[in-house]
Design a protein around this ligand. Structure first.
Ligand SMILES: [Zn+2]
Ligand SMILES: [Zn+2]
Length: 225
């Protein structure tokens, strides 16, 4: 992380959200429904003023990532950026498809579908389909589409080999310290391609929304073995 910029991981229990504080500040993901207030409190704890927040980024349209967005939109004047493919669901108050990859995913799908019921529509100001440079928002970083977990999943690439990857990787269901493909993914092949693409960019630290962070060596050892 560049000296004039810091990455802050805020744990909300089973979900992490992130702040990147540079000339301004951006929020990456907003936690599950009801978490908005806790995210606002975390801003305060980290000495980030509400008016400093220039952007709210959602890595994808699942309820545990967009749940705090309505509260944050009310409290902050920052626009919301989402990939166009996932905005399709947000603007209808729906989740992007939740498709189990393996046995654990199949067992848990009922629980997730229950939580992921229809909600208020969330309007999105900025829709992207390609790379978006964040210097215009006071941050030395860029957004890159990394599809697989959902069609519109995105990652935030920081200047010195760090990336915030949403649910592109998740903890192994038993060996929690290991990275794993998530339990749910729209397209497993695409997720693997996205992971390889991030490695080819020289990413060496992967910050995920659940568990992590993981080093490049962890990914090569457990995912691409
Ligand atoms: Zn997800
Ligand atoms: Zn998630």
């Amino acid at each position: 992380m560049a000296k004039d910029q810091r990455l802050i991981r805020v744990s909300l229990g089973w979900v992490n959200v992130f702040f990147i504080k540079g000339k301004k500040a951006v929020i990456v993901d907003t936690g599950p429904p009801g978490a908005g207030r806790r995210v606002l409190n975390a801003l305060l704890r980290h000495n980030i003023k509400r008016e400093e927040v220039s952007l709210i980024i959602l890595t994808h349209a699942h309820f545990d990532h967009f749940g705090g967005a309505p509260t944050l939109r009310q409290a902050l004047s920052a626009p919301l950026v989402v990939h166009r493919a996932d905005a399709f669901y947000l603007e209808r108050g729906e989740n992007a498809p939740i498709i189990p990859l393996g046995l654990f995913g199949k067992v848990l799908i009922g629980v997730f579908k229950g939580w992921a019921k229809k909600r208020l529509a969330i309007p999105c100001e900025i829709l992207i389909e390609d790379r978006l440079d964040l210097s215009q928002f006071g941050i030395n970083a860029y957004i890159l589409p990394t599809p697989g977990h959902t069609e519109g999943s995105i990652s935030v690439i920081l200047s010195d080999g760090e990336a915030i990857i949403g649910d592109l990787l998740a903890p192994h269901p038993i060996f929690r310290w290991r990275p794993n493909l998530p339990l749910f993914a729209q397209e497993k092949g695409l997720a693997l391609e996205s992971i390889k693409m991030l490695l080819s960019l020289g990413i060496n630290k992967f910050y995920a929304a659940h568990g992590g962070p993981w080093d490049r060596e962890d990914i090569e050892r457990w995912i691409l073995k």
